[in-house]
Structures are given as structure tokens and as C-alpha cells.
Design a protein around this ligand. Structure first.
Ligand code: MG
Length: 455
């Protein structure tokens, strides 16, 4: 009897085993969705019942970060598990433009490339924005299948159509005002892409991929085009939210997420699929009604204030992840190490990673080791967080402030007592500042900047 109890106790201590059926991974990445734009994150006006249910059934992060303040570096970091300074996917131009010479270097290893040797089927659906030249495109960065836009939906503007109709921030943009193509495995299937039905078509493709690959394992990287301006929604959603076309676009993404989770349930894959929902950066505040909300956080997209980089983060895997809310710090660069752990695959030799495996937190409710988080604007380090303390060495509003302001001594905020970063308490907490400066020193000594790609 005693031996029996000892054995049972030992079994209970074992980490959850995924032996037998390798788990699937789905990452859903919204574009420019703010920290305050979901019901479960406090939005009083945008209805997100599917994401709220996902949060109630899963683990909702209060302190989850994108690894950059704008699109291209954020995506590079998520897919490689590395600060974008290492891949060169950041700089003064901020993002890749259609005339940029570079792209995600072929030598970088994406989550898709890391999972392929473990037998994963891989798909990219939605926005890419990591390069249009050979070696940087989705099919050359580990994705068996790709369907979506090569870059942002406001690029390739057609001046002749847009004349007099407002720019990308218009509340009612012309559907053919941007010449961005829709690609399937690198081939143009529609140009200009009809943006009004993009979310619906992305979702159909995602559900089809899940259905076809239900034997698993699979990795789906679903990067929405919205709610990035110009804002569009399908007829079923247009004009339906209280928050204008921005709210319509977010509510359609909520619907889409519900469709993905429902497909997983239908195929009995829910308990064997980690789904992670997040956003590439904060809300684009200068877009007014067409920009979202960072809630109580300061500033938005483009800045290293909290509103620029702290974003919704929801992990879902019913039966494996205990429902709850966690204040632990995590970020998009953790997803690659977490994916490797799920797959039971070691990290590629010699690869420097900036993330950590979230499995102990997700599956065993453990506390992650304390670690600093670094806030870059382009290739410049602007701020660092350690525990509840955040120091700003430089500050600059996301858009509109031409030059950064340097701070010596740095500004210091306590993100627990002052999440809106209003009260600089550097003068009273020299010890916290010294610890952060130590962390920055260690970080910078290990950084080898990659060749700049955005030029
Ligand atoms: Mg973005």
C-alpha cells in the first residue's frame, strides 16, 4: 500500500507528458491591436466573446510583450526567438518597404524551420512583412504553405484612386485604393487584394489547413492583416460594433479566433494544440478613430512606453493549461523555445536565443526565473524592465516627436504601483536603477548586430 502511494505521488510530480501525440501549435497574431481592445482586457465597447472565452479557459497574461514597437522587427523576433537587432530586421526606416533591399536573412531559423525536422506541417496565413526577395519569403523560411499579403495593407497606395478620399486612416477607405497583392505560395492570385473579405478568407484557409493536417503535428502561423489601417471588415461585421470600423475589424478577428478554436474542438485536437493569441505592437494612436486603445498604458505603437509593446497575450490548451491570469513577464521571443519544448526537439546548435521555454508556467503553474526585458526602438536600446522596475534611457513618443530625449539619470517607474508610467521615482531607488544598468551591460556585451535589412 505504501509503495502504491509512493508511486502515485511520483506520477503526480511528473511534468505533463505529450508522448504519443506530438502537440500542434497555432499562433494568432493581430496587427496593431492595443492592450485595451479586448473585453477580457477591459474594453467597454468592443465585443470579443470568443477571445474572452479563450482567456477564461486558458492563461491570460497581464504582462506580455511584443519584442518591438513596430511590425517588421516584431515579426522577425517572434519567428526567430531573437531580438531583431541580431537579425538586422530593424533600423531607422522602422519596417520593410516594398523597395527595401533586404529581408529576413536565410540563415535565421524560424519556428517553422525549427519544427519541420520534427515532422510538422507548417503554414503561414496572413501578413508576412519579412521580405519579398529570394530567401526571405514564407516558403523559403520553413512554411510548406503560404496565403496572404507580402507586407502591410497600406503600402502600394494608388494615388489616383485615393485622391480626395482620405488616406489610410479614412473611416471609409476605397477597397481598391491599395495595390497590395494577395499571394498563394508566392503567386499572385488577386491584385489589388479585396481587403473587405481578407479576414474571412484567411480564416477559411486556416480551418482548411487544420482539417487537412489533423493527423498532426502542425504549426499554423496566422498573422492577421487587421486592425492595421486602412480598416476593412466583411459585410457581416461592417457597421456592427460601437467602436466604428476599428471595432468591426477587431470583432471579426474575434469571430475568426472562435472558428479556429471550434475547428480544433471538432477534430478533437483542442487538448493537443497550444494556441497563443497576441499582437505585433500597440495601437496606432495617431490614426484617431482608426487606432485602438492601450487601456491604462502610456502611448502606443512606435514607442517604448508600455502602450507600444505590452499587448494582449492568451495561451489556450484545455486540460493542459490551468485557467487563470498570470502577472508573470513573458514575450513573443518565448514562443520559439516553447515550440521546441512541445515538439521535444533540441534548439539548433550554436543558436543564440532571447526567449525562454514557457512550459513550466503554462503546464505546471510554476514561476519563471526573473529576467530582464529590453525595449528597442529601431536598433537603439531605449528602456529595460527588471521585476516591477522599468528604466528609460531615452524616450520618444511613437509618432510626432522628431528626436528622442535622453535621460541621465534614467527615468524609473514602478509598473506595479504606476502602470501608466506617470511618476518618475529614480531619485528614491538608486538600487533598482543599478540592477537594471547591470542587466543592460550584460545584454549589450552579448549583442552582435546583424547586417541592416530595411534599407
Ligand atoms: Mg503592426
Amino acid at each position: 500500500m505504501k509503495l502504491f502511494y509512493v508511486l502515485i505521488s511520483l506520477l503526480l510530480l511528473l511534468p505533463p507528458s505529450f508522448a504519443g501525440s506530438t502537440p500542434n501549435l497555432v499562433i494568432i497574431f493581430a496587427d496593431d491591436l492595443g492592450y485595451g481592445d479586448l473585453g477580457s482586457y477591459g474594453s467597454p465597447v468592443i465585443r470579443t466573446p470568443n477571445l474572452d472565452r479563450m482567456a477564461a479557459e486558458g492563461l491570460r497574461f497581464t504582462d506580455f510583450y511584443s519584442a518591438a514597437e513596430v511590425c517588421t522587427p516584431s515579426r522577425a523576433a517572434l519567428l526567430t526567438g531573437r531580438y531583431p537587432i541580431r537579425s538586422g530586421m530593424c533600423g531607422n526606416r522602422r519596417v520593410l518597404f516594398p523597395n527595401s533591399k533586404g529581408g529576413l536573412p536565410p540563415a535565421e531559423i524560424t519556428i517553422a524551420e525549427a519544427l519541420q525536422p520534427a515532422g510538422y506541417a507548417t503554414a503561414h496565413i496572413g501578413k508576412w512583412h519579412l521580405g519579398i526577395h529570394e530567401g526571405s519569403r514564407p516558403n523559403e523560411q520553413g512554411f510548406d504553405f503560404s496565403f496572404g499579403l507580402p507586407y502591410s495593407n497600406d503600402m502600394d497606395a494608388r494615388a489616383e484612386i485615393l485622391k480626395g478620399k482620405g488616406g489610410s486612416g479614412s473611416p471609409n477607405p476605397p477597397h481598391d485604393g491599395w495595390n497590395v497583392p494577395l499571394l498563394r505560395d508566392g503567386k499572385i492570385v488577386e491584385q489589388p487584394a479585396d481587403q473587405t473579405t481578407l479576414t474571412k478568407r484567411y480564416t477559411d484557409e486556416a480551418v482548411k489547413f487544420i482539417t487537412e493536417k489533423k493527423g498532426g503535428p502542425f504549426f499554423l502561423y496566422f498573422a492577421h492583416t487587421f486592425p492595421h489601417v486602412p480598416m476593412f471588415a466583411s459585410p457581416a461585421f461592417k457597421g456592427k460594433s460601437r467602436a466604428g470600423i476599428y471595432g468591426d475589424a477587431v470583432e471579426e478577428i474575434d469571430w475568426s479566433t472562435g472558428e479556429i478554436l471550434e475547428a480544433l474542438r471538432r477534430h478533437e485536437l483542442a487538448e493537443n494544440t497550444l494556441v497563443f493569441f497576441t499582437s505585433d505592437n500597440g495601437p496606432w494612436l495617431i490614426m484617431g478613430d482608426q487606432g485602438g486603445s492601450a487601456g491604462l498604458l502610456r502611448d502606443g505603437k512606435g514607442s517604448t512606453w508600455e502602450g507600444g509593446m505590452r499587448v494582449p497575450g492568451i495561451a489556450w490548451m484545455p486540460g493542459r493549461i490551468k485557467p487563470g491570469v498570470t502577472p508573470q513577464l513573458a514575450h513573443t521571443m518565448d514562443l520559439l523555445p516553447t515550440a521546441l519544448a512541445l515538439a521535444g526537439t533540441p534548439a539548433p546548435d550554436g543558436l543564440t536565443l532571447d526567449g525562454t521555454d514557457l512550459s513550466p508556467l503554462l503546464f505546471e503553474s510554476k514561476t519563471l526565473p526573473p529576467r530582464p526585458f529590453f525595449y528597442y526602438r529601431g536598433d537603439q536600446l531605449f528602456a529595460c524592465r527588471l521585476g516591477e522596475w522599468k528604466a528609460h534611457f531615452k524616450t520618444q513618443t511613437g509618432y510626432g516627436q522628431p528626436k528622442p530625449e535622453s535621460h541621465e539619470p534614467p527615468l524609473l517607474f514602478h509598473l506595479g504601483r504606476d502602470p501608466s508610467e506617470k511618476r518618475n521615482v529614480a531619485a528614491d531607488h538608486a538600487d533598482a536603477l543599478a540592477q537594471i544598468q547591470q542587466a543592460v551591460k550584460g545584454h549589450q556585451s552579448g549583442i552582435v548586430p546583424g547586417a541592416p535589412q530595411l534599407r
